[in-house]
Design a protein around this ligand. Structure first.
Ligand SMILES: CC(=O)SCCNC(=O)CCNC(=O)[C@H](O)C(C)(C)COP(=O)(O)OP(=O)(O)OC[C@H]1O[C@@H](n2cnc3c(N)ncnc32)[C@H](O)[C@@H]1OP(=O)(O)O
Ligand SMILES: O=C([O-])CC(=O)C(=O)O
Length: 379
């Protein structure tokens, strides 16, 4: 095998700057992140997710009047069609909800009144419909697979409250809603991560936003990306008790296994979003009696840093937070979708407005050129 590095190959596109963006800035040197110039921690603490969604889609934080109009428009689009519900009813009960929401978004594209219109104006309207309808579809998937009827969205509820209402039929206390809302803000956007880059690649072919988002959901599912928030909770449950945590990690590191929720391609000394998410996780643990998960998490993080020099990423505190809120583990990555749809849409719009087909090169290392032997002579 040739030495690929000497051939100009950037495996995994490590270190490659593929385009410019004005959506967000990831700064590993200071462990910080801004959305359109605003520090993500400040957005999570001081704004509602609806304001952040508006910021990502429109480029500026909304005035009160703009926010009211945006909320109204979103609330009016929350409903999903009977046809989509019938499709969801047919899905196998054992289907992973990420596969179900990926297929639901693909179906929404076929139903959308502007499905084939790839103008910027139509794409902006479709982005709003996706942002409004995705939570409704995810909650319907959660209910239907238990044999329960979906709960209709309530237009008078905020984005976060409405998700709890559609999943559980009730809205928890404000501190839990705030923690969830902050997680939506923290998950919303992160420059050219694998799923966003996938959405931009699909958009670069002039395919429509539903195609781009369907592909982005497929990319987010993997455990090296969004799927890690589910893997983290499975891992914490497998560890089981704080007393077992050090032995568990000894075993993993001895076998050179990945410890989920740790490491990051861009951040090397800590993920900008972790302290804020950990603060809300700790509050949820206090309210829900989940201190055991905090103690296991503390030991795993301490050991990973001391022995491997690797820090946790956002999925590490987010996974147990969703668990303590009562969500089933295989809905954690779909909840990530409900947030990241805003970042994906902002990137789709940005790509459309200054497009060039994304098409890198490859360095060939296969067989040398040879003659085709006809089938009858191949034995
Ligand atoms: C929202 C998000 O998508 S955040 C990311 C969520 N993903 C996870 O939590 C999955 C676990 N983490 C990982 O697999 C990786 O850290 C990734 C995929 C996120 C980043 O991958 P890369 O940039 O290719 O890894 P990187 O080059 O930093 O790895 C360096 C070394 O650290 C090791 N390492 C990195 N992460 C971990 C981990 N979580 N557990 C154990 N070892 C790890 C690698 O195996 C590698 O070891 P080696 O040099 O002996 O081969
Ligand atoms: O940036 C990445 O590679 C992954 C990530 O943290 C995200 O998408 O939020």
């Amino acid at each position: 095998m040739n030495d690929v590095a000497t051939q100009g190959v950037h495996k995994g596109l490590v270190g490659v700057v593929a385009d410019v963006t004005a959506v967000s800035k990831v700064m590993p040197e200071t462990n910080s992140l801004t959305y359109r110039g605003y520090p993500v921690q400040d957005l999570a603490d001081q704004c509602r997710f609806e304001e952040v969604a508006y910021l990502l889609l429109e480029g500026e934080l909304p005035t009160r009047r703009q926010l009211n109009a945006f909320r109204k428009a979103e609330a009016a689009e929350r409903g999903i069609s009977r046809a989509l519900i019938r499709v969801l009813e047919e899905f196998p009960r054992k289907a992973h909800p990420m596969d179900a929401i990926r297929t639901a978004v693909s179906f929404m594209g076929m139903e959308d009144p502007e499905g084939r219109d790839t103008s910027v104006e139509a794409t902006r309207r479709k982005a709003l419909r996706l942002y409004a309808k995705i939570p409704t579809a995810i909650a319907a998937i959660a209910r239907l697979r238990k044999g329960l009827r979906p709960i209709r969205p309530k237009p008078e509820l905020g984005f976060a409250e409405n998700i709890f209402h559609m999943f559980f039929g009730k809205v928890p206390e404000p501190a839990i809603v705030k923690a969830f809302d902050a997680s939506m803000t923290l998950y919303a956007e992160h420059s050219f991560n694998a799923s966003t880059f996938t959405a931009r690649t699909v958009t670069s072919t002039q395919a429509d936003i539903h195609a781009a988002v369907t592909a982005a959901i497929a990319a987010l599912k993997g455990p090296l990306h969004g799927g890690a928030n589910e893997a983290v909770m499975h891992m914490l449950k497998q560890v089981g008790t704080p007393a077992r945590a050090r032995g568990w990690i000894d075993d993993k590191l001895e076998h050179r296994a990945l410890v989920m929720g740790f490491g990051h391609r861009v951040y090397r000394s800590g993920d900008s979003r972790v302290p804020t998410m950990a603060k809300y996780r700790d509050e949820v643990a206090r309210l829900r009696g989940g201190e055991k998960w905090l103690e296991i998490s503390r030991i795993l993080a301490e050991e990973m840093l001391a022995r491997k020099g690797i820090h946790p990423n956002l999925d590490f505190p987010a996974g147990p937070t969703y668990y303590m809120m009562g969500f089933e583990i295989d809905f954690f990555t779909p909840l990530f979708v409900a947030s990241r749809i805003t970042g994906w849409s902002a990137h789709v719009l940005e790509q459309m407005q200054d497009n060039r087909l994304i098409r890198p090169l490859s360095h060939y290392v296969g067989a040398a050129e040879r003659k085709v032997v006809p089938l009858r002579a191949r034995g």
